[in-house]
Design a protein. Structure first.
Length: 193
């Protein structure tokens, strides 16, 4: 495999962390319109973010163990499917509990499927420039609030919070599912006999 393919791994990892964390952190944009529309308390809605972080911490261990057994592609594929599904379900939630479970638990689980596996995969692809590559994958998290949150605000202004969250879930599938197929295990170079 072409050694320059390693930068495709970096780009895929940055995209995945950006979309996953951006979808998660956009909850602040949804808070007011959701509270007004549903009558749910802001504290109840915000508790989904607490659940996100708790589940991400636990999920990171689980996804890391699965990555060690089956590799990165199945892990990030599961994360991509779960992320879109969780956002679509959360957009249709008719109770606070359903919202907290879908957005808090499933989005947190999905988001944790990207960071550790893509960092591990990136380090496997790089012998030189490893720090730069890992930093670029991690930068996806830093860029996340500057991309998904303004998009969510625009969608909410143009439509409503349910449509916005649904559209972000579909967008997650549209962006992440093709990116999953860019994820490949590094094949060590063969030495001539």
């Amino acid at each position: 495999m072409n050694p320059s393919y390693r930068w495709v791994i970096v780009a895929a990892g940055a995209l995945m962390t950006c979309v996953a964390l951006g979808a998660m952190f956009s909850l602040a944009i949804f808070l007011e319109p959701m509270s007004i529309d549903t009558g749910w308390s802001r504290a109840g809605i915000s508790s989904a973010m607490t659940l996100n972080f708790l589940v991400m911490g636990i999920g990171g261990f689980a996804w890391g163990a699965i990555y060690d057994r089956v590799g990165a592609r199945p892990v990030v594929l599961a994360g991509a499917v779960l992320l879109g599904l969780a956002l679509v379900v959360a957009s249709r939630a008719n109770s606070l509990l359903i919202f907290q479970l879908s957005y808090g638990v499933i989005v947190g689980l999905a988001a944790s499927a990207f960071f550790a596996p893509m960092i591990a995969l990136t380090t496997a692809w790089f012998d030189t420039n490893r720090s730069l590559a890992v930093s670029l994958v991690s930068a996806g998290m830093g860029v996340a609030p500057m991309t998904i949150s303004p998009f969510a605000r625009w969608l909410i202004s143009a439509y409503d919070w349910r449509t916005a969250m649904f559209d972000i879930g579909v967008m997650a599938w549209v962006l992440l599912l093709p990116a999953v197929f860019l994820v490949r295990r590094r094949v060590p170079p063969t030495t001539p006999a």
